[in-house]
Design a protein around this ligand. Structure first.
Ligand code: FAD
Length: 467
């Protein structure tokens, strides 16, 4: 007889493992399957956690070398990349073990195997020793995530042409690193290697970096990164790459003029987006449908076209972010249990963990214009914030967009130190449908960077105090 569960979750990334925990809390007998051989998915193993470890370590290295203006003289600062990578790996290990602990605590069965859905309540598992077994489940949640995409004609070998996974484990600091794609993953990894000594060039198809950001933030972000030494080739596409004895020759074409150029680089990082993991996951005859872009098609309650099979996280449409996957994991577990699970997609913050950080929640000015919504803008630069001035962290600003009519906050965009932490205040305010007047009324501790949020709120009404 095959094993039977109330719920089988395929994938133990932030969507899958959080879904498993919430379902177990609700009393379901849960199995969570992952083919990786470690729980935590992309996020813990080759995504959020290792990239943040390297961002932190490289920032400490950079700051240590540049701390003389604070009266800290450190001589002969040197990099031991091998140890830095061990530091990163320890961070991954600690987080992965945390999930093992949570599975045990919540009595979740964890299985390492490749899963294939063979009917609405049966999954075939290929175990690491290549033996197979079938398990049964009343409900199945697909949380198989996504993988790095490449572009036609460019083959990722994880040696000289790497994906984000390869870029998190380079054995030496490349003299030159060329990044194809100016999205947040490329910019974060570019910052890491630039701080460690690489000459970094980013090639982006569009005429702006981090295209999802509010336009004003995006152009300020580009200026700051340029000042830090990162080069940008915008409005250009990579036509092909050619490996040679010194690395790779990258052939580029300007999108508007069609002019061709090329550059020689030691390493290429392909960071052109991610594709949903659905290959080999189910037989087409099962009736699970995909969208035009290859994501699993679901209704707004994460139901696929097959009764009892649900999908969440990167494998369905929406921002490819760990916290979005987690929210969906909780919501789908609650829906399966007959509770009103819900995700507020209008208030999903996004953060780029560069220095300074860039964080956004809600609509951008471009979104508002596109929807013909009239709005007010409040802005406050960190240059006028006491804490930022004394800490010499004056790059950036806070921008609040609120309804012209009701003053309700519609979007908050921050570029500056600790923006990723500060954006939570904006998300809370928006969840409670606060106005910028409400935010302006709140007493913010002095001296903190978050006072800039209060000042930007005051500025929507022309009342900023320190400007
Ligand atoms: P995943 O985390 O991708 O997990 C899916 C799991 O399913 C994988 O472990 C895979 O092995 C398993 N799987 C797939 N197919 C099968 C199968 N057939 N059988 C069994 N198992 C299977 N997001 C943020 O919010 N913040 C960040 O700072 C951030 N940084 C990132 C940095 C990098 C370099 C990258 C690559 C991504 C980053 N992300 C970040 C994105 C984030 O990692 C993803 O959005 C998130 O991991 C998606 O979660 P998920 O649960 O949907 O899928």
């Amino acid at each position: 007889m095959s094993e039977r569960y109330d719920l089988a979750v395929i994938g133990s990334g932030p969507g899958g493992y959080v879904c498993a925990i919430r379902a177990a809390q609700l009393g379901l007998n849960v199995v969570c399957i992952d083919k990786r051989g470690a729980h935590g998915g992309t996020c813990l193993n080759v995504g959020c956690i290792p990239s943040k470890a390297l961002l932190h370590a490289s920032e400490v290295f950079h700051e240590t070398k540049n701390s003389a203006s604070m009266g800290i003289n450190v001589e002969n600062v040197s990099l031991n990349l091998k140890d830095m990578m061990s530091y990163k790996d320890e961070g991954i290990d600690g987080n992965v073990k945390g999930i093992d602990f949570l599975f045990k605590k919540n009595k979740i069965t964890g299985i390492f195997a490749e899963a294939k859905i063979i009917s609405s309540n049966q999954i075939n598992l290929t175990l690491p020793d290549q033996t197979e077994k079938i398990i049964e489940a009343t409900n199945i949640v697909v949380a198989t995530g996504s993988s790095s995409a490449s572009i036609p004609g460019i083959e990722i070998d994880e040696d000289t042409i790497v994906s984000s996974t390869g870029a998190l484990s380079l054995q030496k600091v490349p003299e030159t690193l060329t990044i194809i794609g100016g999205g947040y993953i490329g910019l974060e990894l570019g910052s890491v290697w630039s701080r460690l000594g690489s000459n970094v060039t980013v090639i982006e198809y569009l005429d702006r970096i981090a295209p999802g950001l509010d336009g004003e933030l995006s152009s300020q972000f580009e200026k700051i990164l340029k000042k830090q030494g990162i080069n940008f080739i915008l409005g250009s596409k990579v036509k092909s790459t050619q490996k040679n004895s010194e690395g790779v020759e990258v052939h580029i074409e300007n999108v508007s003029s069609s002019e061709s150029s090329s550059l020689q680089t030691e390493i290429v990082l392909v960071s052109t987006g991610r594709i949903p993991n659905t290959k080999g996951l189910f037989d087409d005859s099962l009736g699970i449908k995909l969208t035009d872009k290859g994501f699993i098609k679901t209704d707004k309650n994460y139901r696929t076209d097959v009764e009892g099979v649900w999908a969440i996280g990167d494998v369905i449409e929406g921002p490819m972010l760990a916290h979005k996957a987690e929210e969906e994991g909780v919501a789908v577990a609650e829906l399966i249990k007959g509770k009103p699970g819900h995700v507020n997609y209008g208030i999903i913050p996004s953060v780029v963990y560069t220095n300074p950080e860039v964080a956004s929640v809600g609509m951008t000015e471009e979104d508002l214009k596109g929807k013909s919504i009239s709005y007010k803008v409040g802005k406050f630069p960190f240059l006028a914030n006491g804490r930022a001035k004394v800490n010499k962290m004056t790059d950036g600003f806070v921008k609040i967009l609120s309804s012209e009519e009701s003053d309700q906050i519609l979007g908050v965009h921050i570029i500056g130190a600790q923006a990723g932490t500060m954006i939570a205040e904006a998300a809370v305010a928006m969840e409670f449908e606060a106005t910028s007047e409400d935010l302006a009324h709140i007493c913010h501790a002095h001296p903190t960077l978050s006072e800039a949020i209060k000042e930007a709120a005051l500025d929507t009404d022309g009342r900023a105090l320190h400007m």
